[in-house]
Design a protein around this ligand. Structure first.
Ligand SMILES: Nc1ncnc2c1ncn2[C@@H]1O[C@H](COP(=O)(O)OP(=O)(O)OP(=O)(O)O)[C@@H](O)[C@H]1O
Length: 518
């Protein structure tokens, strides 16, 4: 036992020296808005309109590091639990710092891994930025690229009858937004193809859900962004080559020194980076991709992984084949409360959701949410879940990170997560912003030991068994048998439809080929 805990301690010492002397967010207290130093009164009103009366500890800690004397000299790495308010922790200081800007251009870029997350973060910015005259844009592929471009880029007004030089028109293109929230794919589309889209004035780069974004390369968006920014800084020096020959073609990025900045006498504004996660990586190789400038770590407590304080964890032990029955009985005991049920794959999400909907006597509105669905279906489901029209969402890990839905009281791991990070992000969809929440995990007997070890990584030694009433389980047995039969039928007909569709579309392609030959 001692050996194991010694091993854990050893494992938790980060390799990078700057990670060993973090700022501990637990030493900060909530701060009423009227006591927050330097807060722009217009932003105070905007926050009050959101229903906020104080800042959470992580928000106070980041505020201290970003606003006021000596601020923004280091890049910030923020590792604080799910639901602790990391979004506003970066959004508020960025908006306040940009509130004195005179000319509109793209100054802050926030990158998130998924569309729904980006939409959510954009809403936070949109609630405060207009109060100080700033405009926020979204680049996520929610609308057509043409619509998105017209939202992001302002075209000069052309007078009829005058012949314009296209080069001049290009020079007159301006950004319509000060802050852009983007997913990597659409960001790359704009970098590569949108005329007038430039990162030359960028002052703030936020990489939210950092460990997820660093895990996947997404068309090399990060090296591309960093290279574009570096090239624009280099161009401020008189002998620097203003034309950047790069793998990105003829892109020209010149950071204009004429644009006002208040960076304490430095000749050019340094790009300030903020990276965030509830499970921030400590891997030096991964972090080095971010090219951080004297990074400062803000973290909560001593442990690398933290669960929200108000979260209670429970386990339900049952045989594999009885899992659906236990789940149904559990859902019935939780009736009326918003729940998210996580499974291990998009396929099992679909199957489980279909099965649950065959339990007619359950009378709970249940929908699925997974990467297998089209974006508009997912967004519609999410909207209905937020509005309380759906009580239970059966989800793949598409919902695991960052999603903030008010009133989710329970998270259920139908399939036990393989990693502590997954457990933390899934469980973190409840017990947010200091609210209470419960996370239930269905386990087979042989999974119990491994699960206990998994939870210990987040210092959680209390995960009692939750017993669902046996008469409730019994009452669903007969429906379960018929629901399983219906599921088999449904899977069969879906498979048939899929094959038919495949056959049809391949036939159509062949047909076209024949025609084109004729
Ligand atoms: N100062 C505040 N006062 C009251 N509520 C707040 C405050 N700041 C944030 N919240 C609320 O707290 C919830 C969680 O915030 P947020 O989504 O930023 O958490 P997070 O730390 O980014 O979580 P995750 O790691 O899961 O992404 C949101 O519903 C948000 O509206």
């Amino acid at each position: 036992m001692e050996e194991a805990s010694e091993h854990n301690k050893k494992q938790s010492v980060p390799v990078l020296p700057w990670m060993r002397s973090p700022i501990d967010v637990t030493l900060f207290h909530e701060c009423p808005l009227n006591l927050l130093p330097f807060l722009d009164p217009r932003l105070e009103v905007a926050l009050e309109n959101m229903g906020f009366t104080s800042l959470f500890p992580v928000q106070v800690a980041v505020w201290q590091e970003t606003i006021g004397p000596g601020s923004c000299e280091r890049d910030l790495c923020i590792n604080s639990p799910t639901g602790s308010g990391k979004t506003l922790a970066y959004a508020l200081p960025i908006v306040q710092m940009l509130s004195t800007r005179a000319v509109r251009c793209l100054r802050a870029l926030v990158v998130l891994p998924t569309r729904d997350l980006a939409v959510q973060v954009k809403e936070v910015f949109a609630a405060i930025a207009p109060a100080v005259g700033l405009s926020v844009g979204l680049a996520v592929g929610q609308s057509s690229i043409a619509d998105e471009i017209s939202e992001l880029i302002k075209r000069p007004k052309l007078e009829a009858g005058i012949c314009y030089d296209p080069e001049d028109i290009l020079l007159d293109l301006e950004s319509s937004v000060d802050i852009l929230v983007a997913t990597p794919g659409r960001l790359m589309d704009h970098i590569n193809s949108t005329k007038g889209f430039t990162l030359e004035h960028l002052c703030y780069l936020v990489v939210d859900e950092t460990d997820r974004l660093l895990r996947e390369a997404y068309q090399s968006w990060l090296p591309t962004v960093l290279q574009l920014i570096h090239s624009s800084v280099g161009s401020l020096f008189p002998h620097a080559n203003t034309f950047f020959s790069s793998p990105f073609g003829s892109l020209k990025t010149i950071r204009r020194s004429g644009v006002e900045r208040g960076f304490k006498g430095k000749s050019y504004p340094r790009l300030v980076k903020m990276v965030l996660s509830a499970t921030l990586t400590q891997d030096p190789g991964k972090l080095s991709q971010l090219d951080l400038h004297h990074p400062l770590l803000l973290t909560t407590g001593q442990r690398r992984y933290q669960l929200p304080e108000q979260l209670e964890s429970f386990k339900l032990i049952c045989e594999s084949k009885l899992k659906p029955l236990y789940l149904v009985a559990l859902l019935q005991t939780l009736q009326g409360e918003k729940c998210i049920v996580f499974t291990s794959s998009v396929e099992s999400t679909h199957r489980l959701c279909t099965l649950l909907n065959f339990f007619g006597d359950l009378q709970i509105k249940i929908k699925e949410y997974s990467g297998l669905q089209r974006q508009f279906v997912r967004s519609k489901t999410l909207k209905a879940f937020r509005a309380g029209e759906i009580e239970v969402l059966v989800s793949s890990d598409a919902m695991t990170r960052g999603m903030d839905v008010e009133g989710v009281r329970n998270v259920i791991n139908y399939d036990v997560p393989a990693y502590i990070k997954t457990y933390i992000h899934r469980a973190g969809r409840t017990a947010r912003a200091g609210q209470a929440g419960r996370c239930f995990t269905l386990l087979r007997k042989e999974e119990v030991k491994r699960f206990k070890k998994l939870l210990q990584k987040a210092d959680n030694n209390s995960c009692p068994v939750y017993s669902v009433p046996s008469d409730s389980i019994e009452s669903f047995r007969s429906t379960y048998t018929s629901a399983l039969e219906k599921l088999k039928e449904s899977v069969k007909s879906e498979t048939y439809r899929k094959h038919k569709f495949k056959f049809k579309s391949s036939g159509m392609v062949k047909g076209k080929e024949k025609n084109s030959k004729v």
